[in-house]
Design a protein around this ligand. Sequence first.
Ligand SMILES: [Zn+2]
Length: 313
Amino acid sequence: MITIGIDIGGSSIKAALTDAGRRILARTLRPTMAYSEMEQTFVQIHACIEELLAHEEAKDVAGIGVGVPGAIDLEAGVVFYPPNLPSWGEVPVASMISRRWDLPVHVDNDANCAALGEAHFGAGRGRSHFIGLTLGTGVGAGIISDGRIYHGQRGFAGEFGHITIHDDGPLCNCGNHGCVEAYVGIRYLMQRAVPALIADEGSPLHRSATENPEGLTPKDIADAAARGDGTAQRILRDTGERLGVAIASAANLLDVTTFIVGGGIAAAGDPLFEGIRQSASSRVLKVHRDALHILPAELGNDAGMLGAASLML
Ligand SMILES: [Zn+2]
């Protein structure tokens, strides 16, 4: 089955023509233009589709899957006020695309698509139950149950980033205190990292943290940790430990013991994953302990696009 998968991100639109998601036959990338009128974003989306449909293999295309960062009415294919697309209100994405191209269109949340992508083509292959986590500005998750996305009663399942891990912890973007995201989301992570790096005069990041803290990125911390900087390693390990608290709760609640972790900070590697494993394993019920698998995601930035292409399957 030939399908098109489109991942609408805050800065770019990634799209691919795939063979049942298995192979990428062609791909393209355009700017989202998130701060222009919504119509401008659709001009870019349609241009991606037009380009992919021009390929020889596209003559039998079965449909289009779209991943969007926001809450979605799955039946209607309507997206509600995605925070990273400020000019969007309630947008009937599925009908706007299917009307133009006369093809079936399925829409789902970007974190769900990323998990589905890993399920079919990445670290989740051969695993029927897992939770795929995407660590970025926010902390997204897709719950894969029996090989399918678990949507919950109204389609909003998977808000892993807003699980409370500390009842009077720091204020989260959602208005609650002590959410996972308020520790692990990039902005919050950097807010805690900068004072630690300023306090450590021996750290290679001490100077940039002191002089230009805004210029510091999670990648700088990951790189410093990889080169052996103790403070950077501690920051990442601590981040992993916070994440592990919520992972243990999720495992106990859902009887899911595989967690596939991707997104920007996940590239930080060992200290982060050691922190997650140690913390989750010490908290999870004994019955789950030996079954706990914390794995790095494999598809990087392609996960959402490949998962969107798999929505038709
Ligand atoms: Zn929150």
